[in-house]
Design a protein around this ligand. Sequence first.
Ligand code: ATP
Length: 339
Amino acid sequence: DDVPPPPAPFAHRIVTLRSGDVSSQFNLSSKDILGGGKFGEVHTCTEKQTGLKLAAKVIRKQGAKDKEMVLLEIDVMNQLNHRNLIQLYDAIETPREIILFMEFVEGGELFERIIDDDYHLTEVDCMVFVRQICEGIRFMHHMHVLHLDLKPENILCVAATGHMVKIIDFGLARRYNPQEKLKVNFGTPEFLSPEVVNYEQVSYSTDMWSMGVITYMLLSGLSPFLGDNDTETLNNVLAANWYFDEETFESVSDEAKDFVSNLIIKEKSGRMSAGQCLQHPWLNNLAEKAKRCNRRLKSQVLLKKYVMRRRWKKNFIGVCAANRFKKITSSGSLTALGV
Ligand code: ATP
């Protein structure tokens, strides 16, 4: 099934941040946390008047920059009316928080779903996922938006069955004007392009590098640049030090390898655009290929290990932060943090 995902349950809207009383309009479930990130937590929530189920991203206002960042996120999401890109419904500011109400998708993170033992991951599945991600990116780029944080965690499944995915998290996205030299110094090491690591000008092709890394991972379960620590990872990126692991890629088609090879290229201008990706033979004739190829990819086992390691790392960081917080509150000073 390669039908496009359903549009959001509401028409695209232009959202403006407003002050308001959240509890009179929305039932926000404090227990049902969908995920957490640098800026806060994402909860399930229902609009009282309509019963519409939504995802509420609660962002703590800690510094002056936080509101500025959220306003950028809203501005970007207002441009993006596409079924593979998560839609924004409302945005409310309270004295301590800003809450973004978004289309809710219930299938969870793509990588979490495909590591399930009951899931039979084939190369055609990967094509279906990558095609949709490219459709979303093509629209974003057409609207002059760079995502700049494309990674597996930001690809969600629409439902627990089927193959439909949507891109989320426009928290680091930027409007792009090719006349202005945009540089950024954020992102997740494993998925960063050499130009970001070098603090050089970014462009549409910066997202395409990350697309290449995600595709490589889907096909193999390996993260091509991951080192023992962030410095090692960043050095691997800078050297564009990657290869197709012979054993893991043994059963992967040459078309797939060609697709990846045309994205993970150090020189920005050498990378395919999202439109070119959609024209690439690997992402075409899917129905025909589905009839011929039903082999389970080896990548599933390795992806499971990758996801488990990531979960462990996240929990470990969470526990460390909680311990540091305990120390601070018991000592009543910031010295416990070494500040
Ligand atoms: P990070 O620090 O990882 O970049 P963040 O603070 O920017 O995170 P998001 O990535 O937007 O926050 O969301 C965090 C998690 O919440 C996601 O990984 C996902 O699991 C869940 N989530 C976010 N948006 C939705 C949504 N619309 N529907 C369902 N779940 C969602």
